[in-house]
Ligand binder design. Structure first.
Ligand code: BDR
Ligand code: CA
Length: 314
């Protein structure tokens, strides 16, 4: 089977780390690089965290590139309140020395996309992608497919009543990317809160992972403990919503989510800043630039996640 090449554009981040782990144990894909963007944590911290995850997975051969340090226009607001002081659930795992790449994330993307057929799974704010569009639109247009964890359709926001964090953190970038997709006749797969909210890692599920693979379970336990506390405090649920792995799972198996094509635009100011406006009823008579996923087969997701994560052999 020919592996599909993917770039993971990410702000790791607790759930980003789980998404990276899932991708790395999936035989259908080859992760050609990880590009870091500011989001959950500042870029330097995200870079360190990505190294920690790769080290745990025994995959320090995969290149990681540092990307944009701040949103296009908005003041940068991290999400360390959700992900802990170290961005990895206050697990304070040891730093992995060395490993600096000479080129930045946007240059990396521009180079590789012109040479190879690659898809992008975007798990953070879309600032790197927006800068890629500014720098080299042809490279952006060469992306095979884009899956973005972000936005919401009917579900409420997690940063405001209407906005999800990744699009809220850099709404101008998200708007730029959706607009460029529109212009290029591409469709972004939008994995928003409507579907990711249904992916709850409960203590029972975590315990199952522990029983099947103690080492992997232990690592996940360390990085999610803080997330559990956060979810209890804010949402009164026992368990944590893990958004980003669903974007990877959907890329691997399109039958995990279903949805509809639509025109999507992102609000960049005022009380609804960061809102993804999904024109389901085609009021604006615009061609679609997105596939909005609003249904998820959670059993299928967990089947894939358990099988692959418990199979980690590092
Ligand atoms: C998104 O924001 C971040 O906190 C998560 O990593 C995820 O990508 C959910 O709104
Ligand atoms: Ca993320």
């Amino acid at each position: 089977m020919e592996k599909k090449k993917i770039i993971i554009d990410t702000d790791p981040g607790i759930d980003d780390s789980l998404a990276i782990m899932l991708a790395l144990v999936s035989p259908e894909v080859e992760v050609v690089g990880i590009s870091i963007v500011c989001g959950n944590c500042p870029v330097d911290m995200g870079f360190e965290n990505a190294k920690k995850v790769l080290k745990f997975m025994g995959r320090l051969d995969i290149p990681i590139y540092k990307g944009e340090k701040k949103p296009l226009k908005r003041e940068y607001i991290d999400a360390l309140d959700t992900h802990g002081k170290d961005g990895l659930g206050e697990s304070f795992l040891e730093n992995v020395p060395g490993y600096e790449k000479e080129i930045d994330a946007v240059t990396f993307m521009a180079d590789i996309l012109k040479r190879e057929k690659c898809s992008v799974i975007a798990l953070g704010p879309m600032t790197n992608l927006a800068r890629l569009i500014e720098k080299d639109r042809e490279a952006f247009e060469a992306i095979e497919s884009i899956v973005s964890m972000g936005g919401c359709f009917k579900s409420y926001g997690n940063c405001s009543p209407v906005a999800e964090y990744n699009y809220w953190c850099d709404p101008d970038a998200a708007k730029t990317v959706y607009k460029a997709a529109f212009d290029a006749d591409k469709k972004i797969s939008m994995i928003g809160l409507d579907v990711t909210r249904k992916i709850v890692l409960t203590p029972t599920r975590l315990e199952y992972i522990m029983r099947k693979n103690e080492k992997a379970g232990d690592f996940i336990k360390k990085i999610t403990k803080f997330y559990y506390d956060f979810h209890w405090e804010w949402e009164h649920i026992i368990g944590c919503v893990i958004n980003d792995p669903l974007a990877v799972a959907y890329f691997l198996d399109k039958s995990i989510c279903s949805g509809f094509e639509s025109y999507v635009d992102i609000e960049t100011g005022g009380i609804s800043i960061g809102q993804s406006v999904v024109d389901e009823m085609a009021f604006y008579k615009m061609k679609s630039n997105a596939v909005v996923l609003n249904e998820v087969n959670t059993e299928k997701f967990w089947e894939m996640f358990f099988e692959r994560i418990t199979g980690i052999n590092n």
